[in-house]
Ligand binder design. Sequence first.
Ligand code: ASP
Length: 344
Amino acid sequence: MQQTEDGAAHRIVLLGTGGTIAGAAASATDNVGYASAQRGVQALVAAVPALAAWALEAEQVAQVDSKDMGPAIWSTLVARVCAHLARADVRAVVVTHGTDTLEETAWLLHRALGSAPGTKPVVLTAAMRPATSLQADGPQNLLDAVTVAAAREACGVLLVMAGRVWAGAEVRKVHSYRTEAFGAGDAGPLGQVVEGRLQCFRLWPGTGLDQLPQGSGVTDGGADGMQGDGAAGLDLPVDADSWPWVEIVASHAGAGPRAVQALVSAGVRGLVVAGTGNGTVHQDLEAALLQAVSQGVPVLRATRCAAGGIVPGGADALPSAGGLTPAQARVELTLRLLQTPRVR
Ligand code: ASP
C-alpha cells in the first residue's frame, strides 16, 4: 500500500463529475464523436490497476459533459470537497472533470478553499480522449493526479494533466484537441510527473513561498480588490436559480451598446467584458457598460488574449479582472455578488 507522508491523513477521495475522462465512443479510433460522462468514477478507478496500491474512496458527485456544468453541481461539489477535506483520515481530494469548463471550476474551488500553507490539496484531472480511445489519456492522468495528491508539496487547488501539474488559480484550456490542452498564461506549470515521481519546477502556491511572475495578477487576487486566495466560507446556494445572473459580452470591431442594454433591461446582475488586447473596450460598448454600472450592474473587464492578463496602469474606466480568463472572471463576479447584498 502506497503511503502518504502523513500516515494519519492517508486516504484520497476521488469525486467524479463526468467529462471525456468518463466518455465512450462506438469506435476506438473516434476521438471526437463520443459521448462524455458515460462511466462512473468507480469504473475509472478499476481501469487503472496501479491505483489499487492507494487507500482510495470514490464518490460520484455528478455525471455531465462539463459544457453543462453549472451552479447546482458546483455547490454540491464544493460541499463534498469541504466535507471530505475536513476528515482527519483524508489527505486530499481528486476531482475528475471535463476539460471544457475546468478552468471555471478550478477558480471556484480556489476561491472556496484557497492555497494557504497547510491547505489540503484538491487535484483536478481530466482527459482529452474518451475512455474507449486507443489514445486514452485518462488512466495515466488519474494515476498522476493521485500521485500528486499524496505528495508532500501538494497544497491547494491543482490540475494534473498530460504529465504536468498546474496551479488551479492559473490554469486555462488552450487547445481544443491535443492531449496537452492546458496552459497557465505566462506562468507555466508548477511541475511534472515522470514515471510516478513528482518533479517541481518552481515554488508552489501555498508553500508560503509563492513566487509567480510579475503581472500574473493571481496570487494576490486575480481581479481588482478580490480575495484571490483563501476566501473560505463561501456560502453557495444549492438552488441554481438563487445564483446571480452574470453574462459575458465581448468587445470586437463594430461592438455596440445594444447587447448590454438588452441584458440590463432583462435583469442581468453582473457583466464581464472580454476586452481586446490589454483589456481595451470599444468606445460604444464601454459607454453602455458604464451606463450599466450607473444602474447598479457591476462590470469586470478581462482580456480576449490567451496570455498576459491585463497589465495595470491604463486609464481604465472599468475594473480589471487581472490574470483571469473571461470565463473565470464570470465566476469571480458571481461569487462577489453572492457575497454582497443585492442593491437593485
Ligand atoms: N466536452 C468534454 C467535457 O468538458 C470535453 C472534455 O472533457 O475533454 O466534458
